[in-house]
Design a binder for this molecule. Structure first.
Ligand code: HEC
Length: 134
């Protein structure tokens, strides 16, 4: 069990470093449909059925890179999702993503050089969003 999980974690980490991991992309897409599409829409452009009642338009998540000068802000996107840097804006509107963040972790190298254990599901979600940038 344990060696398997370590091996799975390493495979995921290597996949992330290689910039491509089919399973990773799949779980990111599934989680997006489960946890995010209600507000951001199934195509992530912002028109989910819950968006109407928010009083705040969920941004088009396929244009994150475009809004950021062409680069996908991977770390910032993850921190928005997990609430780490989120203040009241997104936080007050967002449900708790606890189950998403409690699963297995992968070691992820951050912009500042630190390698930090990061929930695999969170990485998969951010990677999925990166894959749908227009
Ligand atoms: C209850 C509605 C709701 C749900 C569910 C929701 N969001 Fe959001 N999201 C918003 C709103 C509203 C904003 C814009 C306001 C803000 O950022 O505070 C936002 C902003 C964001 C941003 C910032 C975009 C940018 O360009 O800065 C990201 C990334 C994001 N959401 C990802 C997600 C992901 C991934 C999920 C699912 C795990 C999710 N959201 C679930 C309502 C929601």
């Amino acid at each position: 069990m344990r060696p398997f999980m370590i091996a799975a974690g390493m495979a995921l980490t290597l996949g992330i470093l290689a910039g491509c991991e089919p399973q990773d992309a799949l779980s990111g897409r599934n989680d997006f449909q489960t946890y995010c599409a209600g507000c951001h829409g199934t195509d992530a452009t912002g028109g989910g059925p819950l968006a109407r009642d928010l009083g705040l338009q969920p941004p088009d998540l396929t244009l994150i890179s475009r809004r950021n000068g062409g680069a996908f802000p991977f770390t910032r996107v993850m921190s928005v999702i997990d609430g780490y840097t989120r203040k009241n804006q997104h936080g007050s509107k967002m449900p708790a993503f606890g189950p998403l963040l409690e699963g297995p972790k992968v070691m992820l190298p951050y912009d500042n050089g630190a390698v930090t254990p990061t929930p695999a599901a969170l990485v998969a979600l951010a990677r999925y969003l990166e894959s749908i940038q227009r």
